[in-house]
Design a protein around this ligand. Sequence first.
Ligand SMILES: [Zn+2]
Length: 75
Amino acid sequence: MAKKRPKYFDIIDNEMVLRKLLWLRHGCPIHILYGDDGEMQCGNCGIDFKRDDGNQIEKRFETLGLEKMMRDGGA
Ligand SMILES: [Zn+2]
């Protein structure tokens, strides 16, 4: 039987799965995404899904949403 790892590592594993899903499904075309060597970056959003913390990613999405709204002439 495999040695049970501390719960901390399960949380990290789980977060990396969620980060990967967010990276793949946040709406940008897949050909723009950079994923070599385990990286999870988006050249369109400028978000590093592997390293940026959740608050940074949220702020960036908010900024991008506002930019899009201004571009589309909404508000
Ligand atoms: Zn993106």
